[in-house]
Ligand binder design. Sequence first.
Ligand SMILES: Cc1cc2nc3c(=O)[nH]c(=O)nc-3n(C[C@H](O)[C@H](O)[C@H](O)COP(=O)(O)OP(=O)(O)OC[C@H]3O[C@@H](n4cnc5c(N)ncnc54)[C@H](O)[C@@H]3O)c2cc1C
Ligand code: SF4
Length: 463
Amino acid sequence: MGKATGFMDYPRVENPYRDAAARLSDFADLHAYQPASARREQASRCMNCGVPFCQSDFGCPLYNLIPEWNDLLYRGREREALERLLQTAPFPEFTGRVCPALCEKACNLENDAATNRDNELYLIETGFERGWIVPHPPKARTGKRVAVVGSGPAGLAAADLLNRLGHEATVIERADRAGGLLMYGIPNMKLPKDIVERRVALMAAEGIEFQLNAEADASILSAYDAALLCGGAKKPRGLSVENIGAKGVHFAVDYLTAATKAVLSGGEPTVNAQGRHVVVVGGGDTGNDCVGTALRQGCASVTQLEMMPAPPLERLVSNPWPQWPRTLRTDYGQLEAIFRQGADPRVYETTVKRVIAEGGQIVAVETVKLKGFDPIPGTEQTLPCELLLIAAGFVGCEESTASAFEIERNSRGNLLPADGSHRLRGNLFSAGDMRTGQSLVVRALADGRAAAREIHQWLESAL
Ligand SMILES: Cc1cc2nc3c(=O)[nH]c(=O)nc-3n(C[C@H](O)[C@H](O)[C@H](O)COP(=O)(O)OP(=O)(O)OC[C@H]3O[C@@H](n4cnc5c(N)ncnc54)[C@H](O)[C@@H]3O)c2cc1C
Ligand code: SF4
């Protein structure tokens, strides 16, 4: 530990958000960034604990060597710190922006945790700025070819590691750009898309082939030595209420995809919140991204409905440290709604009872209060609504990929093999959300790397 008293000398200071009025006028990065001196000071707050819970199963799924690189960063040895970080973290520029920082919630400093996420982002961006990040194609090739279906974080992490191990990796992606939900899902202000494309270009320069606008089918099983399915878990949970098929009702990821495509092309989004009253069903992170996007598009108002009661402000005794705290969080979109509308957009224990449509177009929703999951009669209210966004969660991977490869989905709609491994059968493997269900970028990265190691061992045994 570089500075024994760092955590007492300096308060925790995160990268701040840009001013709400300014950031609501564009889709650019949410954050303002701090200078190197601030990052070194923040890194000195890491206590290098005897038992670093940040690296335990409660903390970082990649088991990042957090105390080591914080110490090197504090000492101004950025390049060595970055090298330590890259031992375990394939793409810190993604996790440094979108990870909920499980490590920080498990930090011994609890609410005053070291700012690991901001520190890792500083290290990788410094690496790019100073030209330390350059393509490193493998020195030798094994001659084995692996197809990776899906270019989300799981597929990218797997392809990256397989390539480093000398195998030829081909990433097959049905969308027009690589990145999975990093590209079309997580909005540009949270993860600017040039950051995703910069990494994809680096991977291509290292020898990974990307086939875009390409739907993978079972023919890859004979064309490649192994195939890894990383197709995600994007099958959305629907809402079965009257008039749900009306125009103006969309699933959240479709809406967010259209918004990103418009940002990238500079054109108008095919689904636009501009001038509309927007209702978002689902109080989670995806719903929050819809709130932030709708506000940037200039919606007339936005309301977010959540079936569950509001979480507590403080941890319950049943939810002690170092567990993830199940407490009320107010994310960037909700903060922006408070700024613009003067009140939190979230309405708890409430759902949509029916969609009211005129001429096939949604004009309002009737909401109802819930007790448990039961509607309370007499609590119905009508909200004007010309755009209804359903962000009610996901129910597993899409049937099309599972059936193209003749794989049974488990009871949760995923492709998790019964033995808990990544191998489905023969030379076919799975990883990421497709295997585990909708999760987090950092978990998909860890799972993609675990699958790559398993495939490597399997290919080695066949060499
Ligand atoms: C709106 C939204 C916001 C989120 N925000 C965050 C966040 O801030 N932080 C965080 O940690 N997590 C976040 N998540 C969760 C995170 O994005 C996912 O857990 C993660 O992307 C899963 O990675 P994956 O590689 O398994 O799958 P995905 O990212 O879903 O990628 C799967 C890819 O496979 C492709 N594909 C599927 N089938 C085929 C086929 N047959 N042929 C070719 N291609 C195919 C799809 O087109 C897709 O590009 C968010 C999720 C959503 C929906
Ligand atoms: S990837 Fe997430 S959990 Fe791991 S060190 Fe970075 S911020 Fe923490």
